[in-house]
Design a protein around this ligand. Structure first.
Ligand code: NAD
Length: 494
């Protein structure tokens, strides 16, 4: 069985001591063994990144940009291959895997504009004969730690901007679907990125903790579940690093009485069950306002009957399996417990039967969900849609604002004034107006509020340039030495 290696200074290396199986979720079979990095292996990767830093920092912006232009072409050409890798380890259907690559490409395209993005500022004559200018310099070695659910897009959220800014990187992808990261590292190399600028280590907590503690690592970008995000934020910050740690979500979609209910039902089904609900921007709660509940729930349930669940490599499949057997058991336990929490299980995904040992579950719809229930409070991260009924818009927005998570949210309405009010007062980082999954385009930044993000920078886009650079401000004068004299006063501008 092939062992998935690390990539350190351009070399593929494996750890002999610890390995972990990588499954094909559609069959339940182990398809690869993954090398799990030891402390020493991670330290080698950090050392490789530190060694490459002076060279990469000195590389001209034009040459850096060339890498991203080349990478864009390569990623486009190789999308089918990369999508097949994603589907085989993650399980999502091929078209969804290709969609994730297309969204990741936006970050590569953004990074290819680095000459513009890294521009400093200059003020002439701030005092007589004195000029000031600022430059943006790389922070140094950056660690990128990523979740299983977007094995291409999330690594590209981080590494494209980090590398464009002149940093070198150690990427630690999810141990559940790591092969896409190795493929991406190979493409970067083919695109002209020098060895050592992007290193990949596979592993678990041992690898992550080594990165969090390594003095050479100056910044940590993390995306994953909230408990781990909080841990990463605290430990990295305690070690003096800058850190952005994006966590979990419970995204609410408000449906107002004036909304088109067919359009709302289409959007709810697409956003709740796409990628088996394993998206941090999936809609997991529909808030039905003012009596639309009965009709809306019926329309959602009607659409669910036609969804094709199966192996992601089958072009007929619209939804694949969950990532692991444990994830399936966990998701199904919420459906099992829902009735005892006072909710109504309208569609029970556990009723669907699948052949073989894949980690499939059906789609579930749970109505009359109480806001103190686990189905409502927890991030389920599976194809389970909860419906909460409220009388007024105010009650709906209060629910969102009081929830622990604040990643994305949406409102479906034909009332522009109300939509504006929602935009103004809702406590979430990304808002959709008649858009159920408002993932910002690559020229904006992505991030949630509350327990969906620890740190103060959103990820990718303009905020990533701020996160991955340090400012330096230079004050300059070229005085006539003959006019020089000792002056103990504080320098003032005149
Ligand atoms: P996870 O938190 O289990 O793992 C994320 C990363 O952390 C992996 O690389 C993993 O190896 C590492 N890790 C896991 N346990 C660790 C520990 N104890 N100590 C140190 N490192 C550890 O998340 P996941 O299951 O891979 O991904 C799903 C989660 O990610 C969901 O909660 C989802 O909402 C979230 N997510 C959030 C966003 C966002 O933008 N906010 C995007 C994608 C996914």
């Amino acid at each position: 069985m092939a062992r998935i290696p690390h990539v350190i200074a351009g070399e593929k290396v494996t750890d002999a001591e610890r390995t972990q199986p990588v499954y094909n979720p559609a069959t339940g079979e182990v398809q690869h063994e993954l090398s799990i990095a030891s402390v020493e292996t991670v330290q080698q990767a950090v050392a490789a990144a530190a060694a490459a830093l002076p060279m990469w920092r000195k590389t001209s912006l034009t040459k850096r940009a060339d890498v991203f232009f080349n990478l864009r072409q390569l990623l486009k050409q190789r999308t089918p291959e990369l999508a097949a890798i994603v589907t085989s380890e993650h399980g999502k259907v091929l078209s969804d895997a290709a969609g994730e690559i297309a969204r990741g490409l936006e970050n590569v395209e953004f990074a290819s504009g680095l000459l513009h993005l890294l521009k400093g500022e200059r003020d002439e004559q701030v005092s007589t004969g004195v000029d000031v200018h600022s430059v943006k310099q790389p922070v140094g070695v950056v660690a990128a730690i990523t979740p299983f659910n977007f094995p291409v897009m999330v690594p590209l959220w981080m590494i494209a901007s980090a590398i464009a800014c002149g940093n070198t990187v150690v990427l630690k992808p999810s141990e559940r679907d790591p092969s896409a990261s190795i493929f991406i590292a190979d493409l970067f190399r083919e695109a002209g990125l020098p060895d050592g600028v992007l290193n990949v280590v596979n592993g678990d907590k041992v690898a992550v903790d080594t990165l969090l503690d390594a003095p050479e690592v100056k910044a940590i970008s993390f995306v994953g579940s909230t408990p781990i995000a909080k841990y990463i934020y605290e430990r990295a910050a305690a070690n003096g690093k800058r850190v952005q740690a994006l966590g979990g979500a419970k995204n609410h979609m408000i449906v107002m009485p004036d909304a088109d209910l067919d359009m709302s039902a289409d959007a709810a089904v697409s956003a709740a069950y796409g990628s088996a609900g394993e998206r941090c921007m999936a809609v997991s709660v529909v808030v039905a306002v003012g009596g639309v509940g009965d009709v809306l729930v019926q329309k959602i349930a009607d659409r669910m009957k036609d969804l094709k669940i199966g192996d992601g490599t089958d072009p007929a499949s619209e939804m694949g399996p969950l990532i692991t057997a444990e994830a399936k058991a966990r998701v199904e336990s919420y459906v099992e417990g829902a009735a005892a929490e006072g909710a109504t299980v309208v569609v029970d995904g556990r009723d669907d039967k699948f052949e073989g040992n894949g980690f499939f579950t059906g789609v579930s719809l749970i109505d009359h969900v109480k806001t103190d229930s686990k189905v409502y409070r927890d991030e389920i991260f599976g194809p389970v849609l909860a419906v909460v009924r409220v009388d007024t818009y105010e009650e709906g927005v209060k629910l969102i604002n009081e929830h622990q998570f604040g990643n994305g949210t949406a409102i479906f309405t034909r009332d522009g004034g109300l939509a504006r009010q929602f935009e103004f007062e809702v406590e979430a980082g990304m808002v959709g107006i008649n858009v159920p999954i408002p993932v910002p385009v690559g020229s904006f930044s992505f991030g949630g509020w509350k327990d969906s993000l620890f740190g103060d920078s959103h990820i990718y886009g303009p905020e990533s340039i701020h996160f991955y650079t340090r400012s330096k401000v230079i004050t300059t004068r070229w005085p006539n030495p003959e006019q020089s004299k000792v002056d103990l006063g504080f320098p003032s501008n005149n």
